[in-house]
Unconditional design. Structure first.
Length: 334
């Protein structure tokens, strides 16, 4: 879900939402207004159970709280989410006065496979402004919730988004906003985690992968070898963890290079370590979905992705004509 002006990470494709609500931001916020005063209370009415699209209604004369207000609507029975955990979330958001849609994981994505699980938000729960897929106040409110819970966060745009509010969105600082969030899953992973074990030699025509220490893997393209026109994959290290299912949040260390010149274009190691993407739903490039669903936690998988399964559908993308080579260590699932 692309709520920012930022370009998404190279491995991930963005979810679609109707509004660019946030401007780009970096660093942490000032921490003010992260919880409501005792006198503030939620005013929106939310109907529906976790997993079902919520119906949100707001009385006409209701006034949005001047501070972020969090209310647990239904408490789940799963583990309690802590900061640093990775979570898989459903959410729906709207303005309080006009009911304008601000994004929803229940919205059908263009070109989505009707048989695939619903596309959800996968993120790390952090107090750092590292991404703009949810307002920071909303993401922070996930900590302390239990898996299976549904909660809401509401307040003015100033309270929830602050200085990161995009003036071109048409939303004013005093406008009320409400997010309803379901905690569908949560998991932990070592940010420096990686696949361990004896690595297999590359199969004929496959690039060589060397992964040493806490840094991006070195991937060497075979000299004189033409880029394959179909997806190629090889499990270099066999893990012993559970199978990755479509719809899971995949926590991975990865490095990607271009076949054409062998140059690295992205690596999780360059962004602080292991990161998470939903797999098997169209949230990442097709080559990842096809190669990684069915693999095991602990696997190291090398993937060679032709443009048609990478960014070839978007000729304006800087990697649209490139064959992509990834080394992916699956370190966990959510």
């Amino acid at each position: 879900m692309n709520l920012t002006k930022n370009t998404s990470r190279a491995a991930a494709a963005a979810l679609t939402v109707p509004l660019l609500l946030f401007t780009a931001a970096c660093g942490s916020d000032d921490g003010k207004g992260s919880s409501a005063s005792a006198s503030a209370s939620a005013v929106a009415k939310v109907e529906g159970k976790p997993g079902e699209q919520p119906k949100i209604t707001v009385p006409k004369d209701a006034k949005a709280p001047d501070e972020a207000v969090t209310k647990t609507l239904i408490e789940g029975k799963g583990a309690t989410v802590k900061k640093g955990d990775y979570v898989r979330l459903d959410f729906a958001a709207q303005t309080m006065k006009s009911g304008q849609n601000l994004g929803s994981t229940w919205t059908k994505q263009p070109g989505a496979d009707a048989k695939a699980p619903r596309m959800q938000l996968v993120s790390e729960v952090s107090d750092q402004q590292t991404q703009q897929q949810l307002p920071q106040k909303v993401l922070e409110a996930v900590a302390g919730q239990k898996v299976g819970s549904r909660f809401e966060v509401e307040g003015t745009a100033k309270a929830l988004i602050g200085e990161n509010l995009n003036p071109q969105s048409g939303i004013k600082p005093e406008d009320g906003l409400v997010w309803v969030v379901d905690v569908a899953g949560a998991g932990k992973a070592d940010k420096k985690g990686k696949s361990e074990g004896e690595q297999a030699a590359p199969e004929e025509g496959m690039p060589e992968v060397k992964a040493e220490g806490d840094k991006a893997a070195t991937i060497t393209i075979p000299k004189g070898e033409k880029a394959p026109t179909d997806l190629k994959e090889q499990v270099l290290i066999k893990g012993k963890g559970p199978k990755v299912k479509a719809g899971d949040g995949l926590i991975a260390q990865y490095t990607g290079v271009k076949w054409e010149d062998g140059k690295k274009f992205d690596s999780s190691w360059d962004h602080g370590g292991a990161t998470a993407f939903q797999i098997g739903t169209g949230a990442v490039v097709k080559g990842w979905d096809q190669a990684l669903v069915g693999k095991n936690v602990g696997d190291r998988v090398e993937i060679v992705i032709p443009p048609k399964l990478g960014y070839g559908a978007n000729p304006q993308h800087e990697l649209g004509k490139s064959t992509l080579v990834f080394s992916v260590d699956i370190v966990g699932t959510v």
